[in-house]
Design a protein around this ligand. Structure first.
Ligand code: HEM
Length: 139
């Protein structure tokens, strides 16, 4: 059936289950790799590697509320593209827009899209706020 028929329960179920999430992620990557600006940061990345790395994050994203993300820092994961390739806030926003569009195109209801985007938005600051750990990563 179409995504997001349920009104209650965990986000994963409300969005339509794991199959829908997988399709969202697939479509999201297709949009990222088709973008002439974002490809600058992705051309030398293996898409399978990237997807594998992000899978824990995606599980968290669609998982139960009030669970903090305890994975690797997104600042550190993107430090090279931020510092060496000029990845900026506009690029982050473009990625966010593609994620939102991917959910919408797969039929997720507005309310669920809003919920997911609210969980993602705080990571913007994390991307671009220098951290004492930057130096370790760059060493
Ligand atoms: C990993 C690029 C947006 C979350 C990565 C990696 C790259 C990358 C190159 C792999 C780093 C490595 O190999 O260690 C990009 C580009 C984006 C983007 C070009 C364009 C918009 C986002 C957004 C989020 C995000 C919006 C979440 C808010 C993550 C996470 C990982 C990751 C969680 C895996 C971290 C780990 O556990 O190692 N990204 N990213 N990315 N990205 Fe992004």
């Amino acid at each position: 059936g179409a995504a997001g028929q349920n009104t209650y329960g965990p986000l994963l179920q409300r969005v339509g289950g794991l199959d829908v999430v997988k399709k969202v992620v697939e479509l999201f990557y297709r949009k990222l790799y088709a973008d002439p600006r974002l490809i600058l940061f992705l051309h030398d990345q293996d898409v399978m590697h990237l997807r594998a790395k992000q899978s824990a994050f995606i599980s968290w994203l669609f998982g139960p509320p009030d669970v903090p993300y305890l994975g690797r820092s997104v600042r550190i994961a993107h430090l090279r593209i931020v510092k060496q390739r000029g990845f900026i806030g506009d690029d982050f926003d473009l990625g966010m827009k593609y994620f939102e569009q991917s959910m919408a195109e797969l039929g997720a209801p507005e309310a669920i899209i809003g919920e997911v985007m609210r969980r993602l938005r705080p990571f913007r600051d994390a991307f671009f706020t220098p951290s004492p750990k930057d130096a370790e990563e760059e060493a």
